[in-house]
Design a protein around this ligand. Structure first.
Ligand SMILES: NC(=O)C1=CN([C@@H]2O[C@H](COP(=O)(O)OP(=O)(O)OC[C@H]3O[C@@H](n4cnc5c(N)ncnc54)[C@H](OP(=O)(O)O)[C@@H]3O)[C@@H](O)[C@H]2O)C=CC1
Ligand SMILES: O=C(O)C1=N[C@H](C(=O)O)C[C@H](O)C1
Length: 240
């Protein structure tokens, strides 16, 4: 398959290596010097977009205009998902998005939802989420942490919203789910969900050892999207 890279930073480079290992070719690389308007996106069967929150919507629009299926890994745009879904339908396009492409985190998403439902009858347990990432990360809290919070809110009606905590925590109402975002050098991504009571603490945690899991998942997602239309997620890829 011919893959186009929109974003050739930490993720774009990891995706290139894994795509080549899986027998694909890279037909273009978009970055801050070779921007999206300078490239014919249609050279690729599928484009893979990992750039920045402020760029991703324009990149999606350009892929839709040029009828190029796109896998979107950039985070920090969940509030515009409904708009993007409408645009994909209007343009008859193909888009697959995920806040986290690693298989391990997608299994964590599934367990997190089941645990949230199990915890609903036990309000003595207070839920909280912590995410740790490298210091270059532009968005906070991480897209993965927001997805985990949404999974809890949809399955445990004690919680109605999440709240980002910047200092010592949690300073929230009983219906708010606190998310603490920490930044430390060289951390690819660690997410922990804790349920804390006076008696005990139950934790679920995922620690990425490198970016390879995110990169592999995005290439598998591109293979899945090839030849399809509509809006998809990693749930469709993994058939959860
Ligand atoms: N869904 C998932 O599984 C994962 C998502 N992410 C998300 O992916 C995104 C990218 O992460 P990462 O690779 O670490 O970030 P980097 O900062 O390493 O890379 C960003 C890329 O965007 C490019 N860029 C900057 N300005 C422009 C522009 N005007 N036009 C086109 N490209 C531009 C940069 O170009 P240049 O190289 O020239 O500076 C660079 O190649 C983030 O939102 C992150 O949260 C990250 C990991 C996993
Ligand atoms: O910026 C990153 O690096 C990551 N971003 C994603 C997120 O915001 O959840 C996924 C992963 O944790 C790495």
């Amino acid at each position: 398959m011919k893959i186009g890279l929109i974003g050739y930073g930490k993720m774009g480079k990891a995706i290139e290596r894994i795509a080549l290992e899986r027998g694909h070719s890279i037909v273009y690389k978009v970055d801050s010097k070779t921007t999206i308007d300078q490239v014919d996106l249609r050279q690729a069967d599928v484009a893979i977009e990992f750039t920045q929150p402020g760029l991703v919507i324009n990149h999606i629009e350009t892929c839709l205009e040029q009828k190029t299926p796109v896998v979107v890994g950039t985070t920090g745009w969940q509030d515009q998902l409904a708009y993007v879904a409408t645009r994909v339908t209007e343009k008859g396009g193909a888009l697959l998005h995920a806040s986290n492409f690693s298989i391990g985190v997608n299994i964590l998403f599934n367990i997190n939802e089941k645990l949230a439902a199990l915890m609903f009858p036990h309000p003595e347990y207070k839920a909280q989420i912590e995410e740790i990432h490298h210091v270059q990360k532009l968005d906070a809290p991480s897209g993965t942490a927001v997805s985990l919070a949404q999974g809890i809110i949809q399955n445990n009606h004690k919680y109605t919203s999440w709240k980002a905590e910047t200092s010592s925590w949690p300073v929230v109402s009983d219906h708010e789910l606190p998310i603490q975002a920490l930044r430390e050098p060289n951390v690819p991504g660690t997410h922990t969900i804790s349920y804390i009571s006076t008696i005990d603490t139950l934790t679920l945690s995922h620690e990425a050892h490198s970016r390879d899991g995110f990169a592999l998942g995005s290439v598998i997602a591109a293979e899945f999207l090839h030849g399809k239309k509509g809006i998809h997620t990693m749930r469709d890829v993994l058939a959860f």
